[in-house]
Design a protein around this ligand. Structure first.
Ligand code: AP5
Length: 292
């Protein structure tokens, strides 16, 4: 039978109203073996931290009722060569799962558009298809991951990490993903996707002149092209990707799912969706009975 592990937080209350007890919330971890939505456990004793001394109270009948915390929000990374369809899939994933989509490339383009010093340095690297230095990217991504919406809804990290140093930095900050998705697409398809890509500056939606054309003339008229979306530049980005991908993959081997990204976007999404559904199901194992 599967075991479940629970963390119980509780704060002790003094039975004597004239005497204040300062005690920090205490955490207990225990294991159960069967299923129930809330559980009771008996403790034989309770430790309370007073201001200076640590006191043990015998509490043979103390009961703590534990109820399931909401399942932790999922944390997902998506990786793949330039134009493998990361942004396109992130939009579909976000729509269904409501994760916070954090795209390193978008954060950098926003910095470029803002005309900051970091943006100017980033643009130089992006034009050459090189990675932007860690001192610019790492903090940018970290700050976004720490915002409350990412913590509450879960995050979908797109195009990050792209090197072992970035992966190590994430680990040091305590960000551990549940799933690493790798989109696999043959190189000849990538070039075709890049040169036909267009962006809608109003909605942020990604189009392709051939595979995903704009719905109306009005949208078609306002589409823009990224400054690094040329055949020459995508080949440079591809070289950078190929040089780094193995090092990143090796750090997430046990949670990697490889997806055939050469199919139509709906079929690519079906593969990702199936992996995410399996992960969600796993995380929703009901609470076990904790009866002593
Ligand atoms: P970034 O913006 O991340 O670019 P990229 O990795 O080259 O990826 P793309 O955005 O080009 O493609 P995508 O995979 O999102 O594909 P999309 O869905 O748009 O990075 C740009 C630069 O920023 C980097 O070169 C680097 O300099 C810097 N940078 C970024 N992250 C960094 C980091 N961590 N560290 C340092 N520097 C960093 O699809 C492409 C096209 O194909 C679209 O037109 C779409 O409609 C079409 N399409 C998508 N899926 C399908 C499908 N299944 N079938 C047919 N067409 C499809």
């Amino acid at each position: 039978m599967a075991c479940n592990c629970y963390l119980v937080n509780f704060t002790a209350v003094s039975s004597n109203p004239n005497r204040s007890l300062t005690c920090s919330p205490k955490k207990h971890t225990f294991i159960s073996r069967s299923s129930a939505s809330s559980s009771t456990v008996r403790f034989s004793s309770l430790y309370i931290n007073r201001k200076i001394s640590r006191t043990r109270f015998n509490a043979p009948n103390l009961q703590v009722v534990a109820s399931a915390n909401k399942a932790e929000p999922l944390k997902v990374m998506i990786s793949g060569a330039p134009a493998s369809g990361k942004g396109t899939q992130c939009e579909l994933i976000r729509r269904k799962y409501d994760f916070v989509h954090i795209a390193a490339g978008d954060l950098l383009r926003a910095e470029v558009a803002a005309g900051t010093e970091n943006g100017r340095r980033a643009k130089e690297c992006m034009e050459k298809g090189q990675l932007v230095p860690d001192e610019i990217v790492v903090m940018m991504v970290k700050e976004r991951l720490l915002l409350p919406d990412s913590q509450e809804k879960g995050w979908l990290l797109d195009g990050y990490p792209r090197s072992s140093s970035q992966a190590n930095a994430l680990k040091e900050f305590g960000f551990q993903p549940d799933l690493f998705i790798l989109l696999e697409v043959p190189e000849e398809i990538l070039v075709d996707r890049v040169v036909g890509r267009r962006l809608d500056p109003v909605t942020g939606k990604i189009y392709h002149l051939k595979y995903s054309p704009p719905e109306t003339q009005e949208i078609a008229a306002r589409l823009t092209q990224r400054f690094d979306d040329t055949e020459e530049k995508v080949k440079l980005r591809l070289l950078t990707h190929n040089k780094n991908v193995e090092a990143v993959l090796s750090m997430y081997e046990d949670i990697t799912v490889k997806v055939d990204g050469s199919l139509c976007k709906e079929d690519v999404f079906a593969q990702i969706d199936s992996a995410l559904r399996a992960l969600r199901k796993e995380g929703q194992t009901p609470l076990g009975s904790l009866a002593a």
